[in-house]
Design a protein. Structure first.
Length: 364
């Protein structure tokens, strides 16, 4: 799973990337940097940490997400509101976008457009994504219409696709995203190969100033209203403080957060929000050898989960011994949970729930 960090110049993308990866990629007060930063980070999960404490396994494998920063589009051209071709090429390959816009004020870091307006910034980037989609949809429609005139055996399917793309064109022309159209799963499958940008999950990140942490301001209210109108998930955080906190060692970090009266760093919340809005959940496998978190899509079946671990487990699937994390946590050990009757045997079609601990019985 890959999340692309995008946004206008000098909005704090690289700073956020550093906060996420505890890294120190070069940021700049002038912009114009073109390095691509890629980092794989662990998805913070208190349940996973508890399982590791319980089993003391030889190997520990948490769930991860990859973040990519610096995907082009940050040159002078972007300042005029044009994202470069390389930008679209890289963005197309990501599974979701984190769109960082700026609410922080800092005289030393002039906003490229000379004003602080996060809603306008978000809107302007999304408009460009919409425009790119509109062009892609129009190109595809031309091809399909040619195909329909040629009238072969799959004419009905072609006409069906034309109908879907026309609906998309109409929405995009009205500045609505592909997401907002609300296609059925079948319709989504029919358009998937076009890889439309506004079909992706977009998480909005409002990068607030150090002095705005924990405050509700007219700016955050306006942003909340904008996000809810279009159905975007959003989060406010101060990238600069998050990046500083990420540099502390765990003990210092705990003390710092306690002193600030904060339960956990905002970057953890942000990572979980990304995971969640990608429609992902975790199930666990446990033992003395390894405690591991596995990432699957919501609604996945037990046999799909088994296949994630190994294709043999899916092929020879018999049953999935299933124990919800909460039950194990309450009972204190696997055996105690078993005695209490918490352990269930589930079949192939069982929909795996977030936090299930699975042990797959199989035979090949
Ligand atoms: N005061 C303040 N400054 C910030 C914050 N986030 C980022 N900055 C500063 O803004 C400048 C630009 O930050 P970057 O993270 O490089 O921004 P960027 O979006 O990656 O910039 P480009 O890649 O050039 O588009 C740096 O000097 C940061 O220190 C913040 O929350 N508060
Ligand atoms: Mg940058």
């Amino acid at each position: 799973m890959q999340v692309g960090i995008v946004g206008p110049g000098l909005s704090g993308k690289t700073t956020l990337f550093n906060a996420l990866t505890r890294g120190s990629a070069a940021t700049s007060a002038y912009g114009g940097r073109r390095e691509v930063n890629v980092g794989v980070i662990q998805v913070p999960d208190a349940r996973f940490d508890w399982l590791v404490e319980l089993y003391h396994p030889r190997k520990v494998t948490p769930a991860t997400i990859e973040f990519v920063d610096g995907m082009g589009g940050q040159d002078a051209g972007e300042r005029r509101g044009e994202l470069g071709a390389d930008f679209y090429a890289t963005v197309r390959r990501t599974d979701a976008l984190a769109l960082v816009v700026r609410a922080f004020e800092d005289e030393m870091v002039p906003h490229p457009k000379g004003r602080i307006d996060p809603v306008a910034d978000a809107h302007s980037v999304i408009s460009e994504l919409i425009l790119a989609d509109l062009q892609a949809v129009e190109r595809r429609l031309e091809r399909l219409e040619k195909l329909a005139r040629g009238a072969k055996a799959d004419r009905a399917q072609t006409l069906r696709q034309i109908e879907i793309f026309q609906r998309l064109r109409e929405a995009l022309e009205e500045e609505r995203t592909v997401r907002e159209v609300g296609l059925t799963q079948e319709e989504q499958a029919a358009i998937r190969d076009v890889e439309l940008l506004t079909d992706k999950t977009i998480v909005l990140v409002l990068n607030i100033g150090e002095d705005q942490i924990g405050q509700e301001t007219p700016a955050t209210q306006a942003f909340a209203a904008y996000a809810s109108e279009h159905g975007y998930t959003w989060i406010a955080l101060c990238a600069k403080v998050e990046a500083e906190v990420a540099q502390l060692d765990p003990q210092e970090e705990r003390e710092f957060l306690e002193a600030m009266g904060i339960e956990e760093p905002a970057r953890n919340r942000f990572i979980r929000v990304c995971y969640d809005s990608l429609g992902l959940i975790s199930f666990f496998t446990v033992g003395e050898d390894e405690v591991r978190a596995w990432t699957i899509r919501k609604e996945s079946t037990a046999v799909q989960a088994a296949g994630k671990i190994h294709s043999d487990l899916a092929r020879g699937f018999i049953r999935a011994e299933t124990l919800p994390y909460e039950r194990l946590h309450e009972a204190g050990s696997w055996n105690a949970a078993k005695e209490k009757g918490y352990l269930r045997l589930e079949g192939k079609e069982y929909r795996v729930q977030d936090g299930d601990i699975l042990h797959i019985r199989f035979q090949v």
